[in-house]
Design a protein around this ligand. Sequence first.
Ligand code: SF4
Length: 630
Amino acid sequence: MSGVRQFLALLARNRLALAGLVVMGIVVALAVLTPVLPLADPDVTNTSNRFVPPFSEGALLGTDHLGRDLLSRLMWGTRLSLAVGFAAALVAATLGAAIGIIAGYYGGRTDNVIMRGVDMLMAFPYILLALAIVAALGPGLINALIAVAAVNIPFFARNIRGITVGLAQKEFVDAARLSGMSDARIILTEILPNVVPVIVIAMSTTIGWMILETAGLSFLGLGSQPPQADLGSMLGEARSALITNPHTSVVPGMMILVIVMAINLLGDGVRDALDPRLKSGALNRPLPATLVAQDRTPVPAHADGILTLTDLQTQFHVKDRIYRAVGGVSLNVRPGEALGIIGESGSGKSVTALSVMGLVASPPGIVTGGSVHYRDQDLIGAPYDALRRLRGAEVAYIFQDPQATLHPLYRVGDQLIEAISAHRHISRAEGRAKALDLLEAVRIPNAAARINDYPHEMSGGMRQRVGIAMALANDPEVIIADEPTTALDVTVQAQILSLLDDLRRDRGLAIIFITHDFGVVGQLCDRVAVMYGGRIVEEGPTRAILDSPMHPYTERLMACVPELGGGRRRLEAIPGLPPAVNDLPPGCAFADRCDRVQAACRQGAIPLDRKGDRAVRCLFPVTEPQEAAQ
Ligand code: SF4
């Protein structure tokens, strides 16, 4: 029941589908009520009253070439067209789905024979096939219905067979077979419930088309026969008076348009509401900038860095669950400084980084609190145009997977030129020269030739260098590198890190380096912030933290890193899993995994205790701050 409610709620959110539903509701209600409505007999002719114009007395929509009341014929015709269209869709869906399920479930030779037959049917132009079927069976509405249903069966069979092939390999079907269920029972109880939404989607998007096809056959005189009215035959009869008395064509034509439009809008809405990927929001087009909660109170910058995060809070609202991915992060990045953010997957590092420039996908992301200052400007809630000007020009990103960030169909040189010209007006020749400089700056060998490469023609390391070149394209002040070396092998990783370090020193760049690897932090970063459960749990100069970690989590994280030449020692995995950020414990988020935990740790929020250049969020740190500062 809740599934039906969810479906209706999703459908109601789509205004066009809702409009289609309302229109179709009215049309169907009128069609059902037609026999009891006070209408004239649709088939009674009155040649003295031919072609009476609409809005005449006693003939609201006028009369046709035989003086028959057009309103009455329209209502009866609509009733018939809807009934035939729906019946054809039902027949095609039922038979097509049955064929598709049998082919997909049994596979092998059965599948081959059935699907080759379906392919042969699909090889014919469907309208010619429909005409051939009606010609063989003879004109008439039932024969038109059979023809329309027959030409649509292959469409349903193909769709449902594809879904069934996947389902037939699933574990729950194997389990049903092992439990001794017969094939018929497995098909009815395991396969069919899973293909019903696909059948409904296919029906909802084709039913309008089937009404049109039926009307088309009637228009050609192969469907309903005189004096019986359906929308197609009304149009066919009005052909000869199209110029002199256009209302006889416009009335049924408008009704066909309204019905097909309404069904298609409703069908699109039904498809969106039933598609699991659309239902989950995975295919929603995100907003150009992350949503900001209206009750957010901007916070003044607390330090004089080039990029300052103050109590930043970012959440994901998925249905009735709230994921607090970033729960009040404060950071300060100075010009030319490399700051590392380290933590396990799911600790909030990347969401923190993406929140800076409003790149967290909304929905479901939303910044609920805090501020991010670039120099004096608060970026949270800044107008989209302002963010666009800053993105890439002042704050640029390097992402983990260059394969995913580079467009596969464009040459890398063209992509670099586009990145440059997004922020300044330059000629193509100037753009190409600058792109070449950038590729040389990131040490791509034979840059003049590689500038014409497509991304797939480059190695992973080369692609990442292009990603770095793109980040440098507009000489930004800050680069946020989100695990840029994770997908690379160690040798290439070392080259990329050394390249980033050189670029930072040459250009005075500030770098925020997101990683889960303390080795990388030690090589590149001046300071490091350790994140856990969406919060910073320790922060300080890299050397000091590497020498004397204060937070038990930092200590355990460092114990996971192997040291070359460090002698034999056991690599300790951290027991347990990070907490789910939609269900954080009231006290310390690390308590369940901490070997120093005490009752006080679980009793309330633990503040970040700052002393000198070190800060730690722990009641019983491994090393006391005073000791560490010495
Ligand atoms: S506050 Fe307690 S549980 Fe949390 S890290 Fe410190 S000692 Fe461990």
